[in-house]
Design a protein around this ligand. Sequence first.
Ligand SMILES: [Zn+2]
Length: 581
Amino acid sequence: MSNTFQLSFEQDPNFNYSPESIEDLSEYEKYELSFHPERPKYLDYLSIFENVNSCFETDKFGNCLIQTHRAELFGIPVMLVGQQSGPSSNYKNMRKAMMDPAQIQKWNHGMPVPISYERAVKAIYLAEEENRILLIFIDTPGADPTERSEANGIAWRIGDAIHALADVRVPTISIIINRACSGGAIALTGTDVTLALEHSTYLVITPEACSSILFHTRFRANEAAEISQITSREGFNHGIVDELIPELGGLAHIDPEQTKISVQSTLKKYVSRFSNFTGDNVINNRIDRWGKIGQWDMIDSIELETFHLPVSRIPKPESTGYINRHKNCYNENGIHQYDPVLFSNLKQSNFICDVCGHRYVRPSAWDYIDWMVDSGSFFEHEETKFIADKDILGFPGYIEKLKETRIKTGLLTAMITGDGTICGKKIVLCTTDFGFLGGSFCMSTGEKVWRAAQIAINKNVPMIIQACGGGARMHEGCSSMVSIPKAQLAMSRVEQAGLAVVTLITDPTLGGVAIGIGSRGQRLFEFNAGHIGFSGKRVIEQYTGEKTSPGFQTVNWLKEFGHAEEIVHPKNLKEKIFSMI
Ligand SMILES: [Zn+2]
């Protein structure tokens, strides 16, 4: 059995670990390098601290995937939270562990489960209680994509971690040590500072999954990685990483001791700077930082007028009151159904086919405005209506897609924000349109929520958000994902001003939408909605090789597991929200 592990490029005689040699690697090779099995993991870094003591340790499944320790750094009290992606960074020990099925199960390929994030949240609040600076080590291929984790509320537990980091009144620092992928990572990087080892990666979607979507094959992962700009160095260039920590001695796995010293001296600088920050300083500094996160364009009113108009997607019945049945409707006996459907019945079921469960329509952002506020009371915010999506990566086809979608939907971006009234009471409303690139969460959405929250605070009115979307927008790379904590911080600010925040969760609310705006405020679940959770059904079925249960990720299924307390039919929305604010 070999004692060390070498990636294929390390076996190339021309590769010599010099900076030039590393720079010449392909984007995909840099990705592989970021999770080289011998790179130091969280527990290896404990040696740079003093007085280290584990807390919240149990033997429950998932507890070891995020670990928490009280410690000191040069005498300053800190709380450590770390994603431990495997049993060891010693290759020989790791190989041995991975021959034991119990160990394989225990380490779950480094993918945290709901209970892992619960441990992190406990540590975040304990840090506040004991006035410790939070240092969070990030190292994960993503959160666990299984039905069990969905049933245990993984989306909401990740959302709780982002929420805790937005609210906690002690300084927070995240350190990306290896691979920081997807919602599993963003759960813990909504911090006051994000540091990254120079050869780590920070990404919203794996290159393989990105390749599948873009090129309909997993084999063009290198191109997908290049397009998405997944290295932490590129993240630094986009302003989502504050500082790169040099891997002294070549690479972290070649000289782990030098890398640990490098991490220690960088942390010392930030911890010393933050050590005299008190509650209000911390929060003001956090608001300052997150207000600057993200990039967008502004267009003028002449350009906006060329496509901007309220579009409804609710079908119109014929004079008989019927509409055509959707295509491919089969009953439980497999018999094809052709008969037309009474529109009033369809409306009653919130546009779900009562034979097969197919959704006829996903209402537009303007349909929700129509349902949620008093007729004629809505006025779009001047502060947000000119914000346009920006193509920061030069992502293939993104600009064309945006142009097409603007014309098709009458919208400039996926979200509209404005002032309105509900039963006469003034509110700020944000609605999302699934028709605009699947409602995907992006930098413009983060900024719009941010500005709408400020307006709600200035006007002293509640904030209502309708969440919809399949996840974070791939076309903006990791920057779309980094706008998720920004939106959560904005919602925290409204709540801290003593104002109600109500979130309506509609079909679909998945991934970045669920862990961000979908997990906050007083939550209402739309009657008969589906596709609500963290990982999509197809991703889970591909990963586990098993079919998900009937009704998976529908509101009724969520209710069964205690995740959907308040369910509301669109026709009762106004009265329901009014009663909550
Ligand atoms: Zn049907």
